[in-house]
Design a binder for this molecule. Structure first.
Ligand code: X2X
Length: 334
């Protein structure tokens, strides 16, 4: 049915000599070497294949379409000014504070726990809220566990962060860094590499596979601590205005393309992260992997920020996440 329909559309267009794919614009806020970008490109390819070329997705990196403002993308998609977005949860917290739930410090211990929420009912709760804001979440992907890097000293305990100038992405991380005694500064990702290079800030925190390696953060940072302090999912979303204008078959093709593309994106991100620590060491970074006791010290130090943000998210959502996490158990690997 689907093939027939697009096939006949295509044939009609060919006869008329006017086959015009509809172009959809997709915005994301990291560079074109990242797994975010690869996931977005894969989505475009799959959508085009599944609709016999009726749709063409143009991927714009580095938040170009929102004037370099990574937090504005979600709001723009919400009001239909952008068709599609790939962004991470933390970027949506100014619009939807509940999105901070995923990134609460030390909420997750491993990927099994992550998947029990992003790929399950708890993730749906957030999708529902986003739908009310005009954003339909098609699928969840992965930015990853955010690891801290800096140029001053190895970080093995909360005290080591004292006085470091740290670039952070969003409001919750300001509170987390303050709890740890650092001097946080909110900055666009697109401006961060230059800021690190010029020593405007001492450090930053981002996931290894999705961002640190593809964006060559190791070229400008000496120390990394794999403290897994906060998880950050990404999602592929479409404006509800655009979604509602599509017929059921196109919606189905798009949903399939998104699900497959984000599964691929999660896979390559996890692979990149797993191989990443060795790679970073080869590049000359000093990588520190904290012991369980050391992690506990970071967990305790960040507890006030957890409590404060759990309050903003609300008991119902935090409880649903914690229940799903408890059920997933702690037997997985990180
Ligand atoms: O800005 C960041 O640090 C990034 C790329 O991880 C996010 O989009 C939150």
């Amino acid at each position: 049915m689907k093939i027939l329909r697009y096939g006949s559309l295509l044939a009609a267009g060919l006869i008329a000599g006017s086959v015009q794919a509809e172009t959809l614009r997709l915005s994301h806020n990291v560079g074109d070497t990242t797994t975010w970008h690869q996931g977005a490109e894969r989505f475009g390819k799959l959508l085009s294949d599944k609709t016999d070329g009726a749709y063409d997705v143009r991927v714009f990196p580095n938040a170009q379409l929102s004037g370099g403002d990574q937090m504005r993308q979600a709001e723009m998609v919400g009001r239909g000014a952008l068709d599609l977005v790939v962004t991470s949860a933390i970027n949506v917290t100014p619009l939807v504070p509940e999105m901070a739930v995923f990134s609460l410090p030390y909420l997750y211990a491993n990927y099994d726990e992550v998947d029990a929420t992003t790929q399950g009912a708890p993730g749906e709760m957030l999708s529902e809220i986003l739908l009310d804001k005009g954003i339909k979440v098609l699928a969840w992907g992965e930015n990853g566990f955010r690891e801290v890097t800096n140029n001053v000293r190895p970080i093995t305990a909360p005290e080591d962060l004292e006085g470091l100038n740290m670039r952070v992405a969003g409001p919750m991380y300001i509170d987390v860094m303050n709890a740890l005694g650092a001097n946080p500064q909110q900055m666009q990702w697109s401006e961060t590499l230059t800021a690190l290079q010029q020593g405007v800030v001492d450090g930053q925190e981002n996931p290894i596979g999705a961002v640190i390696i593809p964006q060559q953060v190791y070229e400008m940072q000496d120390y990394l601590t794999a403290w897994h302090y906060s998880y950050d999912p990404i999602f592929l979303g479409i404006s509800t205005e655009k979604w509602d204008s599509l017929d059921a078959e196109t919606q189905e093709a798009m949903q399939e393309a998104a699900t497959e593309a984000m599964a691929y994106q999660r896979e390559i991100t996890r692979e990149g992260t797993e191989e990443g620590v060795d790679f970073l060491r080869e590049q000359g970074m000093e990588v520190y992997e904290p012991t369980e006791e050391e992690l506990q010290a970071f967990r305790e130090a960040t507890q006030p920020a957890f409590d404060q943000w759990a309050g903003k998210v609300g008991d119902e959502i935090v409880g649903a996440f914690q229940d799903a996490i408890a059920e997933a158990g702690t037997s997985g690997t990180n």
